[in-house]
Design a protein. Structure first.
Length: 352
């Protein structure tokens, strides 16, 4: 029998394999968050096997740091729950940045903070800070049909899985099943160099390089990047812009059908994304499936599924057959990363 210990306020609780690794009620509640460059989603895990609930979205620019945003969330939640409210014991914040050391800085927002100071401010027994796509990757094995929309067959949820997410930036991560359970493979793949497949794409990249010496995948395949791609499309067509459009306007105009350049931008975006996703699948050996997350692609709806994404995903020469066997799917559940953050807390607690 495998026995695991877990301490709360000096009292040791024991779980075993026969308990399915469940933690005691006293170890709860947990606070989870998915924090990007624009929004921070907070959620609550009240007890073992409880889903993430009481989800609220707070704007990142409106708060000084994650502690301030979390306190605003907890104050509102306390008022809602009344006598049923208990302060969280543990928390996991999934953040859109590289996680190295105690000092954390969001890549596309103003937050810069010490994780130790945030833990102290929130009076937590433990605080995990993980990359947002590490959390999203951890959610992949538990996703079901209602949370995804697949190109053909749904991913099996087995083997190595990958996720790519164009949001404010571009996140990339994987998850692999081991004898110790699912292990996330975080990284900064969104900053890998973006490659062209044909002369048109090469010409687009050449125009972007006039402004940026290095053209990463994130430089074009993200909320901060789509305006760059749109400007290059317009310039190549001989109609350069006097001012860049926002991502929201590009998507809106492109889907509406009355703006040719915006529509061409969406087409180029989906094609580039397919090529990049295929490269990630090859790099990780993600035979179990490649998922697309983030906030941009779900807004494209059928346009994404009618695009060249899947064609370009498989367009890898001698490895076309290899990639043809790998399923791809769009994550439609915007709260999936919160589930992954909760799993990270569970894994961390059961290691004690």
């Amino acid at each position: 029998m495998l026995i695991r210990g877990f301490a709360v306020d000096g009292e040791v609780f024991v779980t075993t394999e026969f308990d399915d690794g469940k933690l005691p009620v006293a170890a709860y509640p947990w606070l989870v968050a998915d924090i990007g460059g624009t929004n921070a989603r907070f959620g609550w895990v009240a007890a073992p096997d409880a889903p993430v609930s009481h989800v609220r979205v707070l704007p990142v620019p409106a708060h000084a740091d994650p502690a301030a945003a979390a306190q605003a969330y907890l104050t509102a939640l306390s008022g809602e729950l009344g006598a049923d409210y208990r302060a969280p014991r543990r928390a996991a914040f999934a953040m859109a940045t590289a996680i190295v050391g105690d000092r954390i800085e969001l890549t596309n927002a103003h937050w810069s903070f010490s994780r130790a100071e945030v833990q102290l401010t929130l009076n937590l027994d433990a605080l995990l800070i993980l990359n947002d796509f590490e959390a999203l990757a951890l959610s992949l094995p538990r996703l079901h049909g209602a949370q995804v929309r697949a190109h053909g067959a749904l991913p099996s949820g087995k083997g190595t899985l990958a996720v790519i997410g164009p949001g404010t930036g571009l996140g990339v991560a994987g998850v692999v099943h081991t004898s110790h359970g699912w292990v996330a493979l975080p990284g900064e793949g969104g900053h890998a160099t973006l490659a062209a497949v044909d002369d048109y794409e090469a010409a687009l990249l050449a125009r972007v390089r006039r402004r940026h010496a290095h053209v990463s995948a994130e430089r074009l395949l993200s909320g901060i990047g789509l305006p760059e791609l749109h400007a290059a499309v317009c310039d190549l067509a001989g109609s350069p812009l006097s001012a860049m459009l926002s991502t929201e306007h590009i998507v809106e105009r492109g889907l509406r059908g009355d703006d040719v350049r915006a529509s061409e931008t969406i087409d180029a975006f989906c094609a580039f994304l397919g090529s990049f996703a295929g490269s990630v699948a090859l790099t990780l050996g993600a035979l179990g499936g490649v998922y697309i997350g983030g906030g941009i692609v779900p807004r494209l709806g059928d346009r994404f599924f009618d695009s060249r994404f899947r064609e370009r995903f498989e367009f890898k020469g001698r490895f076309e057959r290899y990639l043809a066997q790998i399923p791809t799917a769009l994550i439609t559940d915007t709260l999936a990363a919160l589930t992954g953050a909760a799993l990270a807390i569970e894994q961390d607690a059961l290691r004690l």
